[in-house]
Design a protein around this ligand. Structure first.
Ligand code: MCA
Ligand code: AMP
Length: 503
């Protein structure tokens, strides 16, 4: 039995000596370089005790080596578990305890800090920094450069990605080799990727967007990428004449719209700009088109499903919509109370079925069951309509979620941490419009009588527990929280009251 996903990537390589990755420091990786290192790293993983099905948890800065580590995990049959570099030790403790990885790869500077939580879950610790330093690469230098790939079928797990939950605890979405391969192939065809494409890759590689949408699509096309450590306006502007595609969250496009150097001439070599992970404002779509002549292609996905819909490559890319369902994916809108499918134009819950839809939540059979219908549709938690032309419009969220700069923040998680601060009586966390990040995480806090809490101190305390992107941009101290007659906090009133906070 072959290795379902890795073989497809390897077979897409037409010229092993062609460039796969260019880095800003002038590093050039051919496909042969990447394949060679993936074999050496796969040997290291096996030497360090990783067996097929074991989780390999990775919290490292973005680098070519880090991307190749993902390939090495596929080759040895491990389940790749990427983690946001912003996660604190408290957050990691939960992920390690839940996923029980056999091996953790961390940045060298975090090694001491993580030693206790890594050993508590029984894992081995290796390190990797963003310049190819650390124990993992040192071992790889000694390892053999051939590797006999472990057999993996379509249903075998390739990755677990944690996604936050409305009830607080993160859930590990289990993605199979075929979930990833089927979606990569569909997106390659829909977006017309070929080996001639050069992607500007400026997204993090620990979430679906940067890891699967950007990297898998490049790999399955035998295309190449400019691998930037993070969003960097100057570098992106400089690369536009040499690249063909950019993928980004709406914040990328808001920032590009504000730069005079982004115009028709500088984007003439580009064939495609793609946006996703959060709603792209129609205003941003329009401004970008006026400046450059390019209609941004917006698509819609989730960690659990990869990509579900996309505006068309040919045909109308309509601002404010995420386009029709991708080939092979079925999207429907149902009545939230009855679960009955609704006709075109009516608002309800978006549900999805297809080869892209995940295998369930790790260790959480009950949660998995609750999020699927009996006929196999996954309940997204997003509210939408499907119009007469089949285009999906996301009109809201049935889940209490804030999306800031493409990162999801579940208010409950932040409220739980706030409520644990000595002197806090209660709190409500919500999102309000933010020019750069789309939504800004905001907290309203009621303090106990006599407590002398100030915003700065509360932020510092939260910072010990939560990744920085989850921290409220403002914590407002209020006398009381608005409640309805049932006693439920009315976050819509808080959102309305503070809608201009970040203007
Ligand atoms: C950085 N900060 C943020 C965010 N990013 N705060 C809120 N939300 C954020 N997204 C904080 C920093 O810690 C810093 O705080 C301050 O904001 C300013 O940072 P700045 O330098 O402006 O940030 P940046 O480095 O330019 O990053 C902004 C970014 C980045 C480019 C939008 O967040 C990013 O690359 N986002 C992409 C996220 C992504 O890949 N999402 C896909 C998830 P301080 O000064 O206090 O330290 S996958 C998904 O959603 C589904 C499947 C899908 O459909 O794709
Ligand atoms: P995640 O949990 O990171 O997988 O985020 C998935 C969520 O991001 C979806 O359920 C949507 O709420 C949101 N999302 C992704 N793409 C879009 C988009 N193009 N427009 C609006 N929301 C989006």
């Amino acid at each position: 039995m072959p290795n379902h996903l890795f073989d497809a990537f390897a077979n897409a390589i037409t010229a092993p000596q062609a460039v796969f990755i260019e880095t800003p420091e002038g590093g050039v990786w051919t496909f042969a370089d990447a394949l060679g290192l993936s074999a050496r790293l796969a040997n290291v993983l096996v030497e360090r005790g990783v067996t097929p099905g074991d989780r390999v948890a990775v919290q490292v800065e973005k680098s070519a080596e880090a991307l190749v580590l993902y390939l090495a995990c596929l080759r040895c049959g491990a389940v790749y578990l990427p983690l946001n570099t912003g996660y604190t030790v408290a957050e990691l403790d939960y992920f390690f305890g839940d996923a029980r990885p056999a091996l953790v790869v961390a940045t060298p500077k975090d090694a001491d800090k993580l030693a206790a939580v890594v050993s508590a879950c029984g894992a081995v610790l290796e390190t990797l920094d963003d310049t190819g330093g650390g124990t993992l690469m040192a071992r790889a230098q000694e390892a053999g450069n051939t590797f006999s790939d472990v057999d993996r079928g379509p249903a075998d797990l390739a990755a677990i990605l944690y996604t936050s939950g409305t009830t607080g605890r993160s859930k590990g979405a289990m993605l199979s080799h075929d979930n990833l391969l089927s979606n990569a192939r569909t997106l390659k065809d829909s977006w017309r990727f070929t080996a001639a494409d050069r992607l500007i890759h400026a997204l993090p590689i620990f979430h679906t967007h940067g890891l699967f949408v950007a990297s898998n699509v490049t790999l399955i096309s035998g295309a190449s990428m400019f691998l930037l450590p993070k969003f960097d306006l100057e570098r992106i502007v400089a690369l536009l004449p040499r690249a063909t595609v950019l993928m980004g969250v709406p914040t990328f496009y808001v920032r590009l719209c504000e730069d005079a150097r982004v115009n028709r001439e500088s984007t003439a070599a580009m064939r495609l700009f793609i946006s996703g992970s959060a709603p792209l404002l129609s205003e941003t779509h329009r401004t970008f088109r006026e400046k450059t002549g390019h209609a941004i292609l917006e698509r819609y996905g989730m960690t659990e499903t990869n990509m579900n819909t996309s505006n068309p490559y040919d045909g109308d890319r309509i601002a404010g919509t995420v386009g029709p369902a991708l080939p092979g994916v079925v999207v429907r809108v149902v009545d939230m109370a009855t679960g009955d499918a609704l006709p075109a134009g009516e608002t309800g819950m978006l549900e999805v079925k297809g080869p892209n839809v995940f295998q369930g939540y790790w260790n959480m059979p009950e949660k998995t069951k609750a999020e699927f219908r009996d006929d196999g549709f996954f309940i997204t938690g997003d509210l939408g309509i499907i119009d007469e032309r089949g285009y999906v419009h996301i009109v809201g969220r049935g889940k209490d979620l804030v999306i800031s700069g493409g990162y999801n923040i579940y208010p409950k998680e932040v409220e739980t941490e706030l409520d644990q601060i000595d002197g806090v009586f209660e709190s409500a966390v919500f999102g309000v419009p933010h020019r750069d990040f789309g939504e800004g995480v905001t907290a309203a806090v009621v303090v106990k009588p006599g407590a002398s809490l100030v915003e700065k101190d509360m932020l510092a305390m939260l910072g010990e527990r939560l990744a920085r992107y989850k921290l409220p941009k403002r914590i407002l101290i209020v006398d009381e929280l608005p409640r309805n007659t049932m006693g439920k906090v009315q976050k819509n009133l808080l959102r309305d009251l503070h809608q201009h906070l970040y203007d």
